[in-house]
Ligand binder design. Structure first.
Ligand SMILES: *Cc1c(COP(=O)(O)O)cnc(C)c1O
Length: 382
């Protein structure tokens, strides 16, 4: 029937970092050159300027730049003094770093299920997980909602449960920087937030980077001390155990240029996601953004009936369309994390068998979207 149509098979990139680089043109080269000329590779003036602009963008009081999203999460837990015997609640359906940092500080990650529609932490499961933690002899201390795939978590439901149990709220917005909940941008929600500037994240640098956000004035000097080996008033006085957590000046200079076009890129991602939703909604379960939330679409992730995913991935691959599975294993089934306590996690387990992500970035033009959409429709119709 459609045999006369020549199907294109040239490879499409999953995330097109080069297209953005072409748009920014010489701006990045100039920014990097200026750092090279200054030779202030660490703690250069661009870092403080970036911190100010990140805080303004997020509507947060303070932003503290650091070396990665993982370090940002760890710096917060270290600054709060989270330690052995403490329980920190993490979704089971997330990237490993969320729970990894809890184990770093000797505390216990306790896994919480997510909601089937938004893939974000389920407040009722959090409530049950607190009881599980107490029954295991742990002291509930903090919860780490993740703004998964770019969508702000359900803070209306989560914040009251956190308050009821006296939990600090550390928002893992590594994928969600730029998204909002009820008009508040991520970074300005909870007690502190962490984001990542890994190149594939919505706001990525050209290497590793991250940032902490907080409204808490008293936490800022502690975070900065942790970032610099626990330094005291003097650089060579160590008042706590810290780390090398600084963001390189070159990365800060690159991020300043990229932040400048980030709002525009978020709008482009929203347009692409809306188009995917409109043109794929009848053949797959397309992602849902909750009322009151926005997403920056770090991933565009659909759900299929169990058993159909691998055939779709193979069919798309043959047409040059890459896909990815985030995540194939829930955290409690990962060998390194299987011994930690958890609530029942049926939704996380089901999602791991059903989700698949399609190419998504701000420079995905309509012709390429159409190729991807047609390929998905062909594969799922067959
Ligand atoms: C990417 C990511 C991190 C870690 O960020 P890095 O900068 O790679 O260390 C943490 N949490 C989530 C949910 C992530 O997606």
């Amino acid at each position: 029937m459609t045999t006369h149509v020549k199907i294109q098979t040239a490879p499409i990139p999953f995330i097109d970092v080069a297209a953005q680089r072409a748009r920014l043109g010489a701006r990045i080269d100039r920014a990097v050159s200026s750092v090279l000329e200054s030779c202030r590779f660490v703690n250069g003036p661009e870092v403080a300027i970036l911190e100010e602009q990140l805080a303004a963008f997020a509507g947060a009081k303070h932003a503290i730049a650091c070396a990665s999203g993982t370090d940002a999460l760890a710096m917060i837990l270290m600054s709060w003094g989270i330690k052995a015997g403490d329980a920190v609640f993490c979704p089971a359906f997330t990237f490993c770093a969320t729970a990894e940092v809890v184990a770093w500080v000797g505390a216990t990650p306790v896994f919480v299920d997510v909601k089937a529609d938004t893939f974000n932490m389920d407040a009722e499961s959090l409530d049950r997980a607190v009881a599980v933690a107490k029954a295991s002899g742990l002291t509930p201390k903090a919860v780490m909602p993740v703004d998964l795939f770019g969508q702000a978590a359900d803070y209306d439901a989560l914040l009251p449960v956190a308050e009821k149990h006296g939990l600090k709220v550390l928002c893992d917005t590594a994928q969600g920087f730029g998204a909002a909940w009820r008009g508040k941008r991520t970074g300005s929600i909870g007690d502190a937030s962490a984001t990542s500037f890994f190149p594939a994240k919505p706001l990525g640098c050209y290497g590793d980077g991250g940032a902490v956000f907080t409204e808490d004035d008293a936490l800022v000097p502690i975070l900065k001390s942790v970032r610099e080996h626990g330094q005291g008033v003097d650089k060579y006085e160590n008042v706590r155990i810290g780390m090398t957590g600084r963001l390189d000046t070159i990365q800060a200079a690159i991020l300043l240029e990229k932040l400048d076009i980030f709002e525009d890129e978020i709008r482009a991602r929203e347009t692409i996601a809306a188009r995917y939703n409109a043109l794929l909604g009848d053949v797959a379960t397309v992602p849902v953004v909750a009322e009151g939330a926005t997403s920056v679409w770090a991933q565009y992730t659909i759900r299929l009936a169990p058993g159909r995913r691998d055939a779709l991935a193979d069919a798309l691959k043959n047409e040059g369309v890459p896909t990815a599975v985030y995540y194939r294993l829930p955290m409690h089934k990962q060998p390194a994390y299987s011994a930690f306590p958890a609530d029942a996690l049926p939704v996380s387990e089901a999602l791991c068998a059903e989700v698949i992500s399609l190419p998504m970035h701000a420079y995905l033009d309509e012709a390429t979207q159409d190729r991807i959409i047609a390929a998905v429709r062909r594969a799922l119709a067959g």
